[in-house]
Design a protein around this ligand. Structure first.
Ligand SMILES: Cc1ncc(COP(=O)(O)O)c(C=O)c1O
Length: 390
């Protein structure tokens, strides 16, 4: 490999949530940090180089988006996903979680219903509740070790809703939805006039044998009834640089959303954002290929370790990204006991499955975007606690 993903980089005391906020989130220090979804790897050198040049320039005044930003996105989406997008269809937004809130404010009223598919990325639920909209759930079904959609339930539930938050690929389940599944959801949502918000932040990280399909690329029905959110943030480990974007084919939806953002000045990138994204998409592909290979090897390592050492645990093998949903139902612990098991007995920080909603109890989300040695240490800690259980 050209890049060294084995390097253990000290992240303590760098104002990073994953290492420096353990006390705040877990009430204790010195945990193996396998939780919030960023990686312990250095970003690709092309990213650091752009930042270095900017910093050395030393003037940080008001800026315009970098001229390479939109062409880089267009080329990337065409090359990686076969999806054709126009410059006018792309818009900046600092983060996808705030963007979901902006969507709810721009397109719904208090009391309107929003569909989501738990267990799913938890901010979908809290953003909806915080804004006094009402979450409606189409729980995913775990069949033969992978999540499936109950389409009858989906249609029944979505018909009451204004918006559907689609997690594509899915977090924490790691499912890469098939073209058929996406098409079916698109047709049902169009039938009931429900706007689809496709969150594709993990879409550039399909693993061996899988291919991500942008929801809006499956046909006109999907394209005209959808806002897609994407980012280089997970892919290239630049989440702290707040540089996401949306793509909206439908001009009416686009204008309405753009007006909402413009009036609040939410659509203007900070100085570093767009140049960094352009650099990552134009020059980061080789790094990404190697990173995904390394993560895939981490997943193999974890799967084998669990099989050999902790037969009462299991894991959903992700089809994309570096998050693993660990199935600890075999331990027969309550959610509270399971959280205690990981934090205080194993001393590993994971995201408790219960936070992801229905179907999450008994699971834990483990972040494998780290050196093998970090993963091994965490697994050994979990095994020691496992062996101590009655
Ligand atoms: C599915 C999903 N959407 C959105 C986000 C966060 O996006 P942002 O940092 O752009 O708000 C995450 C981060 O973990 C995620 O997993």
């Amino acid at each position: 490999m050209k890049y060294n993903f084995d390097e253990e980089i000290i992240r303590n005391n760098t104002d990073c949530i994953k290492y420096d906020a353990l006390q705040e989130f877990y009430g204790t220090e010195n945990l193996s940090p396998m939780w919030i979804a960023d990686m312990d790897f250095k970003a690709p050198p092309c990213v650091t180089e752009v930042l270095r040049r900017r910093v050395e320039h030393g003037v940080f005044g008001y800026s315009v988006p970098n001229a390479q930003w939109k062409p880089a996105i267009i080329n990337w989406l065409s090359r990686r996903h076969g999806w054709h997008v126009e410059e006018a269809e792309i818009g900046f937004v600092g983060g996808i979680v705030p963007a979901l809130a902006f969507v709810l404010e721009a397109f719904t009223e208090v009391g309107d219903k929003v569909l989501m598919q738990p267990p799913v990325y938890h901010p979908y639920n809290f953003v909806t509740c915080d804004l006094k909209r009402v979450p409606v759930t189409n729980p995913l079904q775990l069949v033969d070790g992978q999540y499936r959609i109950d389409f009858e339930d989906f249609e029944r539930k979505v018909s009451q809703c204004k918006i559907f938050f689609l997690c594509n690929p899915h977090n924490p389940g790691g499912r890469v939805w098939s073209v058929d599944e996406l098409l079916k959801m698109a047709q049902i949502c169009a039938r009931h006039n429900v706007l689809v918000i496709s969150d594709e932040i993990h879409g550039d990280m399909p693993l061996r044998g899988y291919k991500h399909t942008p929801f809006a690329s499956v046909g006109d029905v999907a394209a005209h009834n959808c806002i897609t959110f994407m980012a280089a943030s997970k892919t290239f480990n630049i989440a702290g640089l707040k540089s996401s974007f949306h793509i909206i084919h439908n001009p009416e939806i686009r204008d309405r959303y753009a007006r909402f953002l413009r009036h609040r000045e939410l659509d203007t990138p900070h100085l570093f954002a767009t140049e960094v994204v352009a650099a990552a998409y134009n020059h980061g592909e080789e790094w990404l290929t190697e990173m995904l290979q390394y993560v895939e090897d981490n997943i193999d390592f974890m799967q084998q370790y669990i099989r050999e050492n902790m037969p009462r645990l299991d894991m959903i093998r992700p089809q994309a990204s570096y998050l693993v949903f660990l199935d600890a139902r075999g331990l027969q612990l309550t959610d509270e006991e399971l959280a205690h098991f990981f934090t205080h007995q194993a001393r590993v920080a994971v995201n408790p499955g219960a936070i992801f909603g229905e179907g999450g109890s008994g699971f834990a989300r483990v972040n494998l975007g780290c050196p093998r040695s970090t993963l091994q240490r965490a697994l050994e800690r979990i095994k020691a606690a496992y062996d101590n259980l009655a």
